[in-house]
Design a protein around this ligand. Structure first.
Ligand code: C5P
Length: 300
């Protein structure tokens, strides 16, 4: 018996970052938008817990117990007093270490898939609690759509979205480590007064209206200077996308994927084509959002 779950990537249309907390995390005002790039996680009953992965970046995915999908199966099994003996197969389409919550997607996907396979009867609230233990972005991967994340990003308020936003994503030739980007943020703001992170009214209104021009004017990412400091050539990718007609260009989350908002699918295709031949990125993808959260597609 096996269960397959499809889980979306995310882009942050606002990422406001506060000062480092005593526990090392940062308080955030994190406006997530799920976009239609998906990983598919299939769990099958097996003799022991193991993880396999397919896809262009599969060789960069850890297959041991550090994989969030493995940790999700272990966490759910521990809670229900059973062994996590499943084969988890990840069909990976979300960039690895790219700032699009690919690892979080696999955690949320494996959790929902194991839950369906084992018929635990866990409530949505319980699943979200386990997601928050796995990582700050994992709860959002489960719910999808659009949401404001506060605390370390795991406390979610669902947001209204009044339309479809069309995005182009430029993938870099290497990843960035999220903790390293937060450490660089700390270094860059050292000695300054870091304001409390607050959700931008303009971002929320633009999402609610489904207005790409208003959203383009309002997006922000406090991690962008840190990502650019660690990966300076991303500035060339941002410039190339803007010159190609994107309404706005920003680093996605902790990067290094860069995100370009377009007014419509035709304009997105044009920006994508120009970026593809710009020599400033490894590959280019288009996707629109909001996209649904983790969803069981086949299985029991
Ligand atoms: O929660 P998660 O394990 O995904 O976070 C990965 C790393 O990102 C943390 O270890 C921390 O360095 C950084 N982080 C942070 N503040 C947050 C979320 C993540 O500093 N709100």
């Amino acid at each position: 018996m096996s269960v397959t779950v499809r889980v979306p990537a995310k882009v942050n249309v606002q990422l406001a970052v506060g000062a480092a907390r005593p526990d090392g995390y940062h308080d955030l005002a994190n406006v997530f938008l799920a976009v239609g790039l998906y990983d598919e996680v299939t769990v099958t009953e097996s003799d022991e817990l193991r993880v396999t992965c397919e896809g262009p970046d599969a060789d960069q995915v850890p297959l041991d117990r550090t994989n969030l999908a493995a940790r999700a199966a272990e966490a759910l099994a521990a809670r229900y007093g059973r062994t996590p003996d499943v084969h988890i197969h990840i069909a990976k389409d979300i960039p690895v270490a790219g700032g699009m919550a690919g690892g979080s997607a696999d955690g949320a996907g494996a959790l929902l898939a194991c839950d369906a396979l084992w018929g635990t009867g866990a409530s949505r609230a319980e699943l979200l609690e386990i997601c928050a233990e796995l990582g700050s972005d994992v709860p959002f991967s489960l719910i999808g759509g659009a949401a404001l994340g506060t605390g370390r990003g795991e406390q979610l308020t669902v947001l209204d979205v009044g339309g479809t936003f069309h995005w182009v994503f430029a993938l870099a030739d290497r990843g960035l480590s999220t903790p390293a980007v937060f450490r660089e943020f700390d270094r860059l703001v050292e000695g300054t007064d870091v304001p409390e992170p607050v959700a931008s009214r303009d971002v929320l209104q633009a999402l609610a209206k489904g207005d790409p021009d208003a959203l383009a004017a309002a997006v922000s990412n406090d991690l962008q200077p840190a990502a650019l400091s660690l990966f300076p050539t991303l500035a060339d990718t941002l410039t190339a996308g803007r010159a190609a007609g994107a309404l706005t260009a920003l680093v996605s989350g902790s990067g290094p994927t860069t995100a370009f908002l377009a007014r419509d699918p035709e304009s997105a295709a044009k920006v994508a084509e120009t970026l593809r031949t710009s020599g400033t990125c490894r590959t280019v993808r288009t996707a629109s959002g909001p996209a649904p959260g983790a969803t069981v597609t086949t299985g029991r």
